[in-house]
Design a protein around this ligand. Structure first.
Ligand code: ATR
Length: 505
C-alpha cells in the first residue's frame, strides 16, 4: 500500500495534496505536528473531510493519525500532555483507521490509556520507533519490543549508514513475516526498503506530495506517483524479481527510471532499485538474500567490483572495469555493456558496422579516466589508430599501454591536453571522443578542447549526457561536424543491459 504523508500547514492544503495524488494512494498519514495551530476538533473532523474530498474516487483512502515529536523527526512544539490529549480526543471520535503511537508510550499510564481508547474505537495501533541519525544498537531486540502488543503493527524507522546496516534491516524485514510490519531505512542507504517494501514484505510505503524540502515528510521519501508508476509498488509481490544499480552516490542515477520503464513495457514482474553502497562485500550478502538477478555498476565501483566476480567477458579484464553483473545460481558474471554502448551510435553515424567500417580511421580520445577505458578498448579492438590527450599524460600513457597489450594492438600516441596537441589531434581527426568531466553540469561553459578548431570533417562524440549539448558538441556542430551526444551511449549501454536482464529473469 502507498501512504501519502500529509505535511502542509492547513487541512485544506493537505486535502488538495490528497486530490492531486488520489490515483496513486491507498491511505494517508495526517501529520498533525505539521499543521499550524491544530485543534483537537479540527483533527477529529479530518477523516470525514477526507472522505468528502475523495468522494467519487472509490473506497478510502484510510487515514493514519500521527503527531510526531521533534525527537522522532516531527515538529510538535507543545507539551506531551497536550499531544496525548489531542490524539485521545481525535481517536475517540472513531474516524481514524490507524494511530501511530511511539514505543515509549507503552511504558506510561497515559500511553496505555490512549492505546485502550484507540482499541475501543476500532483504531489499529502502529507501534513506532524512529531514529533519524543512525541505527539502534540491537535492531532485532528493539523490533521484538515493538511487536509485543497484540494486533499492533510494529514500525521501525531508522537510518542505515552502511551497506551492513541495510543488510540488518532487510534481514529483519524478510524474517519477521508473515506479521504485518513496517521496517524503513531512512536516507539514501535505506532507499530500497521504501521503493521495494512490498517485495520485502513491508505493510506499506510512505511517500510525500513533493520532493521540495518544505514538504517532504522524511529523508528518502519519493512521490506516490514514483512509487506507483516507476517502482510499480502496488504490483510487487514476494515473487517479483529484483535488479538494481550500485553506486555512491546513486539516487540521482537515470537508470531506475530507464530499467523500470523497460520492465513495465515488457510486462515483466521485476523491479530495479538504486543501492547506495559503501562496501561491496556487505552489499553482495544482501544481493544474495534478496536473490538479485542483475546489477548495473556505476562510479565508484566499476573497478572494485571485479574482485567479486566469478567470471567475466573478455572486455572486463582488458577495460579494467565492469558495468553489468548478472547473477545466476549465486555465480556472478561481469560484463561491459559500455563497449557496445559506445560503438553502436558510432556505427550508426558512420552508416556501417564491423571492423571494415573503421578501416583507416584515426581517432583522438580526450581524457584518460574511468570513462575513457571502454572507449579505448572498443576502438583498438576494431583497429582504429589512437591518440590520447590528457591533462596528466602519464596516466594516458599507462592506460593506453595496458589496453593495447590486452587487445594486441599498436600503442596509442599520447600528448598533454593543450594547444601543443592540436596538430596530433588533426592527424587523428576522423573521430574525437570527449571523455573528461569538463563541461558537465553545472560547469556547462567549460570546453576541454577550446584550443582546437574543428575542420568540419571530424565526428565529435561526447560522453557527458547532462547537458545534452555541451560546449564541445556545440562548437563541433557549428563547424559542420557530425555529432553524437552522450545520451546515445547511455541509452545503448542501458538497452544492452536490459536485454541481459530480460534473459536472466
Ligand atoms: P571518469 O570515470 O568520469 O572518467 P575520472 O577517472 O576521474 O572520471 O577521470 C576524469 C578525466 O577527466 C581524466 O582524464 C581527468 O584528467 P586527469 O587524468 O589529468 O585527472 C579529466 N579531467 C578532470 N578535470 C579536468 C580538468 N579540469 N581539466 C582537464 N581534464 C580534466
Amino acid at each position: 500500500m502507498i501512504c501519502l504523508s500529509l505535511t502542509r500547514d492547513t487541512v485544506s492544503d493537505d486535502l488538495e495534496d490528497v486530490r492531486r495524488n488520489r490515483e496513486w494512494i491507498d491511505l494517508v498519514e495526517l501529520r498533525v505536528d505539521r499543521l499550524s495551530n491544530p485543534s483537537a476538533e479540527a483533527v477529529a473532523r479530518f477523516p470525514a473531510e477526507l472522505a468528502r474530498a475523495a468522494r467519487g474516487t472509490g473506497a478510502g483512502p484510510e487515514c493514519i493519525l500521527t503527531a510526531r515529536r521533534p525527537a522522532d523527526g516531527g515538529s510538535w512544539d507543545r507539551s506531551e500532555a497536550e499531544r496525548l490529549a489531542l490524539l485521545s480526543r481525535a481517536v475517540s471520535e472513531g474516524g481514524f483507521r490507524y494511530v501511530d503511537l511511539e514505543l515509549d508510550l507503552s511504558g506510561s499510564v497515559e500511553g496505555r490509556t490512549l492505546a485502550e481508547s484507540a482499541r475501543r474505537a476500532g483504531t489499529r495501533i502502529i507501534r513506532s520507533f524512529h531514529d533519524l541519525e543512525g541505527m539502534p544498537e540491537d535492531p532485532a531486540a528493539l523490533y521484538r519490543e515493538l511487536s509485543a502488543g497484540e494486533g499492533e503493527i510494529p514500525k521501525l524507522a531508522v537510518t542505515p549508514r552502511t551497506a551492513a546496516d541495510l543488510h540488518v534491516l532487510i534481514e529483519l524485514l524478510i524474517d519477521s513475516g508473515p506479521r504485518e510490519r513496517i521496517i524503513i531505512g531512512m536516507g539514501p542507504v535505506g532507499f530500497p526498503t521504501r521503493v521495494a517494501a512490498p517485495r520485502l514484505g513491508g505493510y506499506l510505503s510512505y511517500a510525500s506530495a513533493s520532493l521540495n524540502p518544505d514538504v517532504v515528510a522524511a529523508p528518502g521519501h519519493v512521490t506516490p506517483r514514483m512509487l506507483a508508476e516507476t517502482y510499480r509498488s502496488r504490483e510487487q509481490s514476494q515473487d517479483t524479481r529484483m535488479f538494481g544499480v550500485i553506486g555512491n552516490p546513486v539516487l540521482h542515477s537515470a537508470s531506475p527510471e530507464y530499467h523500470n520503464r523497460h520492465f513495465r513495457e515488457k510486462n515483466l514482474d521485476a523491479v530495479y532499485v538504486p543501492f547506495h553502497v559503501d562496501d561491496l562485500r556487505a552489499f553482495f550478502d544482501t544481493a544474495a538474500r534478496l536473490d538479485v538477478r542483475g546489477l548495473s555498476v556505476t562510479v565508484p565501483h566499476k573497478e572494485a567490483v571485479i574482485s567479486y566476480l566469478d567470471e567475466t567477458d573478455e572486455s572486463v579484464p582488458a577495460v579494467g572495469a565492469c558495468n553489468t553483473v548478472l547473477i545466476r545460481s549465486g555465480r556472478r558474471r561481469g560484463l561491459n555493456t559500455d563497449v557496445p554502448g559506445f560503438l553502436l551510435p558510432l556505427e550508426r553515424a558512420i552508416g556501417a558496422s564491423g571492423p571494415e567500417a573503421f578501416d583507416g580511421m584515426r581517432a583522438t580520445i580526450v581524457g584518460a579516466g574511468g570513462a575513457a577505458r571502454a572507449v579505448v578498448f572498443a576502438l583498438l579492438r576494431v583497429g582504429v589508430r589512437l591518440c590520447i590527450v590528457n591533462r596528466t599524460p602519464e596516466r594516458a600513457e599507462r592506460m593506453g599501454a595496458e589496453i593495447a597489450d590486452a587487445v594486441g594492438a599498436a600503442q596509442p600516441v599520447v600528448a598533454e591536453l593543450g594547444p601543443e596537441a592540436a596538430s596530433l589531434i588533426e592527424e587523428h581527426g576522423s573521430l574525437i571522443v570527449q571523455t573528461t568531466s569538463v563541461g558537465m553540469e553545472p560547469e556547462v561553459s567549460a570546453d576541454p578542447l577550446a584550443f582546437y578548431e574543428f575542420r568540419g570533417h571530424e565526428i565529435a562524440y561526447e560522453l557527458i549526457y547532462a547537458p545534452e549539448q555541451t560546449r564541445f558538441l556545440a562548437r563541433a556542430a557549428a563547424a559542420g561536424c557530425l555529432t553524437i551526444p552522450g545520451s546515445r551511449m547511455f541509452e545503448e549501454q542501458a538497452l544492452a543491459q536490459a536485454a541481459h536482464f530480460e534473459h536472466i529473469i
